[in-house]
Ligand binder design. Structure first.
Ligand code: DX5
Ligand code: ZN
Length: 211
């Protein structure tokens, strides 16, 4: 079954608790949190203290996507905030293996994300340390961008590379019912969507359309 992970980047930041509860009620499978530091990407969002507050009012797994420099420094804070899956960017980790090991030591699932220009083969030696691979289908930093079809081949390559493993492939950026279909056909297991879930405020209907 394909899982739907709404990104709260498109939510009303002034009412995050209610937004997360509404997503749970609308049938979301997990909550995707886009943490940005204004350095790794040119945008700034929220961090562990905010996640800790909203985590307490929702039973769904929290899928935390760190778009930050030196993510290893904040692994303990995100574990304490209740993150279930912690994803770092390949491009932000010159020494990835110990970062992934530390995420697991802190009791979370470990994910790595690839920007559009990063080749899938770069992950060959890390597959055993990974629970999830997040394929960016836009340049990270902002919601509401156009899906990059050029990334479909990367999804297929990663699916083939991981066929004997229980690892999940997640896609993020420009996902709507049309692009979702292409991604799932290429091998995606989890769909992140911001704009497509939040548009018109019809969360349940929008999640159903993605499924
Ligand atoms: C972009 C974020 C995405 C983003 C997706 O850097 O990682 O999660 O919120 O938003 P949409 O679905 O609007 O492209
Ligand atoms: Zn994301």
């Amino acid at each position: 079954m394909v899982l739907i992970a709404p990104s709260i980047l498109s939510a009303d930041f002034g009412a995050l608790r209610a937004e997360v509860q509404a997503l749970e009620k609308a049938g979301a499978d997990m909550i995707h949190c886009d943490v940005m530091d204004g350095q790794f990407v040119p945008n700034l969002t929220f961090g562990a203290p905010v996640i800790k507050k909203i985590r307490a009012c929702c039973k769904l797994p929290f899928d935390v996507h760190l778009m930050i420099e030196t993510p290893e420094k904040l692994i303990p804070s995100f574990a304490a905030a209740g993150a279930d899956i912690l994803t770092v960017h390949y491009e932000a980790c010159p020494n990835l293996k110990p970062v992934l090991e530390k995420i697991r030591e802190f009791g979370m699932k470990a994910g790595v994300s690839l920007k559009p220009e990063t080749p899938p083969e770069f992950l060959n030696s890390f597959l055993n340390e990974l629970d999830q691979i997040l394929v960016m289908t836009v340049e990270p930093g902002f919601g509401g961008q156009m899906f990059m079809e050029s990334e479909l081949e990367k999804i297929a390559t990663l699916k083939e590379m991981t066929k004997d493993l229980s690892l999940k492939i997640e896609v993020d950026g420009g996902i709507n019912p049309q692009t979702a279909k292409m991604c799932v056909e290429a091998g995606a297991d989890i769909l992140v969507a911001g704009t497509a879930v939040f548009q018109d405020g019809k969360y349940a209907e929008n999640i159903k359309a993605l499924r």
